[in-house]
Design a protein around this ligand. Structure first.
Ligand SMILES: N[C@@H](CCC(=O)N[C@@H](CS)C(=O)NCC(=O)O)C(=O)O
Length: 207
């Protein structure tokens, strides 16, 4: 398999899951604006909408859109437990979460990455938008569970982690969400996350 990615972007969720699976894969760093990749591919031919993640399967098919890519990866190794079985209510709960992370949490960060300067009023509004979604994550963790679906780490956790981790980069304060902060730290400490963050240049290899 081959994953087209941008360092620290949402594609890192799929990178983490590939590491969790322990399968062989290639990474290709992508410049979405130029439509080029480090390996010299024409990214616009790969990803019709021009964004990462894009995954090329072992069969040569291309899968895009985070919830689809993540579920595709989880389904490669059902025994790894990264997604509940198809046809169960638990799978629907996973899809609910993936859609929440994709269309609500992820997109609440858009104002910070738009390249448009924000005045204080706009910034406060954007920050409140992220915090409103973080409050939902906090409520999911209120019963002391380690992960969004319960005690088992799933692909939704990899995606939520990557997105929540942006808060630190753009200066959104999540101090009011202690369970969410502990959740982010818990996922950051997983070997698969550390490996992805080092490979994408977000972290340095420990000496
Ligand atoms: N709906 C897409 C959104 C993906 C997305 O927002 N990707 C961002 C990185 S997090 C990207 O590649 N942005 C660059 C661009 O749009 O040019 C998905 O869920 O996969």
């Amino acid at each position: 398999m081959k994953l087209y990615y941008k360092p620290g972007a949402c594609s890192m969720a799929s990178h983490i899951i590939l590491n969790e699976l322990g399968v062989a894969f290639d990474l290709d760093k992508t410049d979405t604006e130029a439509g080029t990749t480090e390996a010299g591919d024409d990214f616009r031919q790969i990803s019709p909408n021009g964004y990462v993640p894009a995954l090329v399967t072992n069969g040569g098919d291309i899968v895009t859109e985070n919830p689809a890519v993540l579920q595709y990866l989880a389904d490669q190794a059902p025994d790894a437990g990264l997604a509940p079985a198809h046809g169960t209510l638990a799978r629907i709960r996973l899809q609910e979460l993936l859609n929440f992370v994709s269309s609500e949490l992820h997109k609440s960060f858009s104002p910070f990455f738009s390249g448009v300067e924000m005045d204080d009023t706009r910034r406060e509004k954007a920050e409140a938008g992220v915090q409103r979604r973080a409050a939902y994550i906090e409520s999911r963790l209120a019963d002391g569970r380690d992960f969004l679906l319960g005690d088992t780490f799933t692909v939704a956790d990899a995606y939520a982690f990557v997105v929540l981790n942006w808060a630190g980069f753009v200066g959104v304060n999540l101090d009011g969400y202690p369970k969410t902060q502990a959740y982010v730290a818990r996922i950051a400490a997983r070997p698969a996350s550390i490996k992805a963050m080092i490979a994408e240049g977000l972290m340095e290899q420990a000496a």
